[in-house]
Design a protein around this ligand. Sequence first.
Ligand code: SAM
Ligand code: SF4
Length: 333
Amino acid sequence: MNKQNTARPVLTDPFGRRIEYIRLSVTDRCDLRCFYCMPEGYRDFEVPEHWLSFAEIERVVGAFAALGTQRLRITGGEPLVRKDLPQLINRLNGLEGIADLSLSTNATRLGKYAQPLYDAGISRINVSLDTLKPERFKQITGGKLDKVMTGLMAAKQAGFSPIKINMVAMQGVNDDEIEDMVEFCIEHGFTLRFIETMPMGDTGRRASENYLDLKQVKQRLADRYELIPGTMPGGGPARYVQVAGTDLRIGFITPISQHFCETCNRVRLSVDGTLYMCLGQDHKFELRSLLRAGISDEELQDAIQHAITLKPERHEFTDKPQQTVRFMSMTGG
Ligand code: SAM
Ligand code: SF4
């Protein structure tokens, strides 16, 4: 069913960008510890009393939808560690104006939840996967690769389409697996996206020592495969090519080597009800206290419109890599 409405209002930021996409972090917790994202042993999580309830999330997303937002991605932390996630999806799927509901996950729990999530209304998923080697997977994430593989196959079985594999490409960590990942995605009908490491928090900054410019990856793939221009549905910044003679699309997400801030169309809502305006900047607006003080729907929409005026022009990952103290898991990537 297409719930898109043609005569909708639009949220526009001070730089003329239409904001039509929310990334909703339903938890800052995670069952993995990817070394570029969350520190080992990290436990300084948001307390449950500060988590937005499902009803509060529904209100905020409903207000965004009334202001023209059509796309919503559920993320985290690891979103599947939030209890009863399919129930939340079901509620959000019923909101008028939301036309596209997607999920980013590490897939460890998809073996159990792929079908309920699909049935609740998620159709597109992104799965983080940086390596196909179990030992290396353990070193990068602290977890077990076989659980992710089980989850991925359950997602395929449930009917998610597309399934996009997100690989953070890192020099000396997994850059020897780029072609293997291409073959894996061709075999399973997945889409592949490479991501450049971002200096978010101490973890991201340390991992940036392994930074790999994706131009090199693209050149390497062009030497081996015939690459033709490609496109993919979705609201994101990836630039795609297709491997000729296959269905495989490969996306390059290049926040560092070729930033895409001028086309940024999104804001992020964290589990504690903070709207973050930019991944790499501190501009934010707190909604939780307003929601709990009994704000009306109209006032909530006014608050969101004000928040959007705070959106900065661009991140400064290259000029000021020390600036962002938040880990990626706090805002959902
Ligand atoms: N847990 C889910 C997952 O891993 O897909 C969703 C949240 S995770 C924070 C979202 C994305 O951020 C993942 O694709 C992950 O690889 C990416 N990410 C985390 N830290 C990063 C960093 N420092 N640089 C680049 N990407 C990062
Ligand atoms: Fe967890 Fe995703 Fe961060 Fe890995 S990237 S630690 S799976 S939130």
